[in-house]
Design a protein around this ligand. Structure first.
Ligand SMILES: [Zn+2]
Ligand SMILES: [Zn+2]
Ligand SMILES: [Zn+2]
Length: 285
């Protein structure tokens, strides 16, 4: 499995859109891996995790063929993860010679409602017919082409009770296929998630941890994590067997409010067994 981080920042980006803080100015000065766009990842060439407003920039920066994406998995509808207006130009006179004319979209009920109420009116009928929506239920895996996708309830969108944000277990179903636990955006896992994971019974190949706060300890009441929380979660994931000796652990989705730049994050976290994501980082699992 090829796993490519297209964007690695929290909602505001880093340097943030409207910000003049020291961490943003330093990121701009240093450039390189310190320039972080809104979070998104690509599995092989055909499964896209989230659709942020920076999707188009990712195509330009990283030379992607997004017409090959046949499966779009949405974590939740915070603006840095779901900009559904982009779908109004997928097909018809806007997109020719596409590799996959059809797109399967997997999401929670409220992300679909967001699309229906805010965007559906703008979709041309001919384009809408090529979007196949799969509204997911927590803990119920779905088959998605060569993948199995299991939605797990995220501790997130706390400002909006009744929301259905998910994080995901994604497995290639072929013989010897690889698997990823993609934990964005979420705070500490709930008891029911731990119950489910402890029954899973095998190690995954990659765990991508929400590290929005960097050195800021978020604790169990937050909808995000910092690296102290990641250490705690990884310990428990080891106990359940999901995190094995060969599991690659990556920290990702950084906010400027954590203030630690890429080089400092690497210095602190690599000795602890975490890789620090950057825009364009590609893992061959
Ligand atoms: Zn986010
Ligand atoms: Zn800033
Ligand atoms: Zn979010």
């Amino acid at each position: 499995m090829k796993f490519q981080y297209l964007g690695t920042a929290a909602a505001e980006g880093w340097p943030a859109v409207f910000c003049r803080c020291e961490a943003c100015e330093e990121a701009a000065r240093r450039g390189g891996k310190n320039i972080r766009t809104r979070s998104q990842a690509l599995v092989n060439d055909d499964l896209l995790l989230d659709l942020p407003p920076d999707t188009y920039l990712h195509k330009l920066q990283q030379g992607l063929d997004l017409s090959a994406v046949a499966h779009l998995v949405i974590t939740h509808w915070h603006m840095d993860h779901f900009y559904p207006q982009e779908l109004t130009i997928r097909g018809g006179c806007y997109s020719h010679n596409m590799k996959s004319t059809d797109l399967h979209i997997y999401c929670g009920a409220d992300a679909k409602e967001f699309f229906d109420s805010g965007v559906a009116w703008e979709m041309e009928k001919e384009l809408a017919e090529h979007l196949h929506w799969h509204v997911l239920t927590a803990f119920q895996p779905v088959e998605a082409g060569p993948y199995r996708i299991t939605p797990l309830p995220a501790h997130h969108m706390l400002e909006r009770p009744g929301s259905t944000p998910f994080f995901y277990l994604i497995e290639e179903t072929k013989e010897g296929g690889k698997s990823v636990l993609y934990c964005h955006d979420t705070g500490h896992f709930s008891e029911e998630v731990w119950d489910y994971l402890s029954r899973y019974g095998k190690a995954v190949d990659l765990i991508s941890f929400d590290c929005t706060g960097g050195p800021v300890k978020n604790g169990p009441n937050s909808g995000h994590m910092g690296y102290d929380d990641n250490l705690l979660m990884r310990e428990k994931l080891r106990e359940t067997g999901i995190c094995g000796p060969d599991t690659v652990c990556v920290v990702n989705h950084f906010s400027h409010n954590g203030k630690m730049l890429h080089e400092e994050l690497c210095e602190t976290l690599e000795p602890l067994g975490f890789q620090v994501s950057w825009d364009g980082m590609t893992l061959d699992l």
